[in-house]
Design a protein around this ligand. Structure first.
Ligand code: AMP
Ligand code: MG
Length: 420
């Protein structure tokens, strides 16, 4: 049996970053840039107004005040997206809307509120400026956000909404990104029935394929459901065959010591077992290895294979601890760890046999501190205990447990990976 840390190290040693592909930017949320992105344009493209008001020559406003307004002749109005037809000559002003290019001759903008416009009728022929305008006031400079030719997004950047918005602002509709891994998911067990079928004696619905598919989607991979294999090598092999082009293969169940637990034997025959059984609770029977597969061109490759424990909670926790980091590494992501918080535990947690214990908890912040409450019975078959949880409290291998009031480290399941 190996430790959680050793197991994760072995998983990551066995997975590589995938190839790049070019994709429309809206398909790229969560993917990692495989190229540096430079801007061909200035953003904003021209000096423009930051306010609705009047474009003026600052010199014309010297000494202006509420008591002694400077009166300027209004020669034009310019809206965003248009260009003024005339220049701002001495003694004149051009009415200007936010985002409209600054007319020639002007070197500042005075807001409507700082003129006497509200006292005049309609669009006035003259305007009184009530404050002194300094050169550059209320002007957004061309290229102040992004200068033409500059490096905007570096290779290796994970694309979030803000990066996708910036790409659009550059007029960039497609980018090169590391592709998403295809994760093939196979349930095993003679008792497992698809949710479209009626239940009969001793059977249960296949929940693992659904929770694992949702996890794969959540972590930006492409799930591929392979169905349900019964507990025989033949059934497992034939179902696995439709996943041989995937980038990751996952099974659930059939990895313990029961009479019908055949997953490990199949992995040993079809590839190589890297480790079996991890010093953790739940999820101990996890088996990991590399199995023979092929790429789209039919060339042989080796696919990381996770034989997850069958109990619904164990399968999900195995996924969070080991499959999730593998997916993220394959996608080129650098931050692979879920954040942890230090929380005051409100219930006792026992650790009886020297494994790392992951206990489902609801973490709440009260008065600036985190508190962790157990979500009820912790049996690894009780999937509703995951529904009630937002974190996993971690009791280290070498600690006998924690009692109420102790501090415990909690891995936050719903938070994004922390920046490392
Ligand atoms: P196993 O390791 O195959 O003995 O499975 C452990 C437990 O998890 C058994 O109670 C199984 O019925 C249950 N289990 C296995 N696969 C699934 C699945 N796909 N959906 C729900 N429960 C499952
Ligand atoms: Mg089974």
């Amino acid at each position: 049996m190996i430790s959680v840390d050793q197991a994760l190290k072995k998983v990551l040693e066995n997975v590589d970053v995938l190839e790049a592909e070019e994709r429309p930017i809206l398909d790229c949320l969560g993917q990692v840039l495989a190229e540096d992105v430079f801007s061909a344009i200035n953003i904003p493209p021209l000096d423009n107004s930051a306010m609705d008001g009047y474009a003026v020559r600052s010199a014309d406003t010297r000494g202006a005040s509420h008591k002694s307004p400077r009166i300027l002749r209004v020669v034009d109005t310019v809206a965003a997206g248009a260009v003024a037809r005339s220049r701002v000559e001495p003694g004149t002003a051009i009415r200007i809307m936010t985002g409209a290019p600054i007319p020639e001759g002007a070197d500042g903008v005075v807001r409507f509120e700082d003129t006497d416009e509200s006292e005049r009728q309609g669009i006035p022929a003259e305007i009184g400026v009530l404050i002194e305008v300094a050169p550059g006031d209320e002007i957004r400079r061309a290229g102040e956000d992004i200068a033409a030719g500059s490096l905007v997004l570096k290779q290796g950047t994970a694309l979030r909404a803000s990066e996708i918005g910036v790409l659009a602002s550059l007029g960039c509709g497609k980018v090169k990104v590391i592709r998403r891994p295809v994760v093939a998911i196979l349930a095993t067990g003679d008792e497992i029935v698809d949710i479209t079928q009626p239940l009969s004696g001793g059977k249960i619905y296949n929940s693992n394929s659904y929770s694992l598919t949702a996890l794969a989607q959540h972590y930006d991979a492409i799930p591929k459901i392979l169905g349900i294999a019964s507990d025989s090598e033949d059934s497992l092999l034939s179902k696995l065959d439709s996943g041989r082009e995937a980038d990751i293969l996952i099974t659930s169940g059939g990895v313990s010591l029961g009479d019908y637990d055949v997953v490990r034997e199949v992995l040993a025959k079809e590839g190589e077992v890297v480790f079996w059984r991890v010093r953790e609770k739940p999820g101990k029977p996890l088996v990991f290895g590399m199995v023979k597969g092929w790429n789209k061109a039919g060339e042989a490759k080796s696919i990381p294979f996770f034989g997850l424990a069958g109990n619904p909670v164990s399968a999900m926790i195995n996924f969070e601890l080991f499959v999730r980091p593998a997916i993220l590494k394959m996608m080129g992501r650098k931050n692979l760890s879920k954040p942890t918080v230090s929380a005051v535990v409100e219930d006792a947690i026992e650790n009886t046999d020297g494994r790392r214990v992951f206990t489902r908890v609801m973490v709440e912040k009260r008065g600036g501190r985190y508190f962790a409450r157990l979500t009820g019975p912790q049996g690894s078959g009780i999937l509703t205990s995951m529904v009630l949880a937002n974190g996993l409290a971690i009791v280290p291998e070498d600690e006998p447990g924690v009692k109420p009031g102790d501090l415990v480290e909690v891995m936050m399941l719903d938070w994004s990976e922390e920046v490392e």
